[in-house]
Design a protein around this ligand. Structure first.
Ligand SMILES: [Zn+2]
Length: 253
């Protein structure tokens, strides 16, 4: 699926999700007692956009946490001449560290796999092996939903599910791009298998502050159209909700 974001392609307005009330009847997410929580991030920002609330819960419970940064997100502005001189990989890694610190994680444990941005599916073997080495029985793996709609996200979701099953780890799927394309009234999202994690006012405020660290994605990096934000403000509202939604992959599959 091609995900286009610009002034004319802002996806599903947040007001429609809110009005749909689909989240209201969802069962609450009960975070299982996990040995560790492993958050798989296709690009440096997904870990916070999708799971910034859950990360805070894990921190509060002192559950050991690790982020697996699958790509460095260097391909976020493929046609931008400004981006070519920026070292986006370093910029985005730095932003991710700041964002995770803003969630209250003093020393974020980030394992970088350096797979090429937009080509995760072509490097599945590498990703499968890496996750098999990282995950242990009793871990909880939190990864993009495998039908989230961006090829890197889908590949990470598939890989996380496969690896978790093999080692007997739990797995929850989070949403980033599904909020962009899915129909709130339809069955695109497997609601019956979704769980809602309510965020306290404080946790919600922290998550929002954290998402504001991703300046290379939320603001123009230069004067041209190719420098426009990947995540303009209307899209960011999806990630400032007072709740997060996860697919319980085990009950769904
Ligand atoms: Zn992403």
């Amino acid at each position: 699926m091609e995900l286009t974001v610009d002034d004319e392609h802002l996806g599903r307005p947040e007001a429609q999700w809110k009005a749909s009330g689909r989240h209201v009847g969802l069962e609450p997410l009960v975070l299982p007692r996990a040995q560790r929580v492993i958050v798989v991030a296709p690009h440096p920002d997904d870990e916070v956009l999708g799971a910034g609330g859950l990360i805070q819960v894990a921190l509060a419970r002192r559950v050991p946490l690790k982020v697996v940064a699958v790509t460095d997100g260097e391909g976020s502005h493929p046609d931008s001449s400004v981006a070519k001189g920026l070292d986006l990989a370093s910029v985005r890694f730095h932003e991710s560290r700041i964002a995770l610190r803003r969630l209250g994680w003093e020393k974020p444990d980030i394992l970088r796999l350096h797979l090429p941005d937009s080509e995760v599916a072509q490097h599945r073997t590498h990703l499968d092996e890496a996750l098999a080495n990282i995950l242990e029985p009793g871990d909880l793996c939190v990864a993009p939903w495998r039908l989230d709609g961006h090829p890197d996200h889908d590949a990470c979701g598939e890989a996380a599910l496969g690896a978790s099953r093999r080692v007997d780890a739990g797995v929850f799927g989070y949403f980033v791009w599904a909020w962009h394309w899915a129909d709130p009234q339809g069955t695109d999202i497997p609601w019956r298998h979704c769980r809602r994690l309510d965020l306290s006012r404080r946790a919600r405020a922290r998550k929002r502050w954290s998402t504001e660290a991703f300046l290379s994605q939320t603001h123009p990096i230069g004067p041209d159209l190719a420098d426009a934000p990947v995540l303009p403000a209307p899209l960011m509202r999806r990630f400032w909700r007072p709740y997060e939604v996860y697919v319980d992959e085990v009950t769904w599959t």
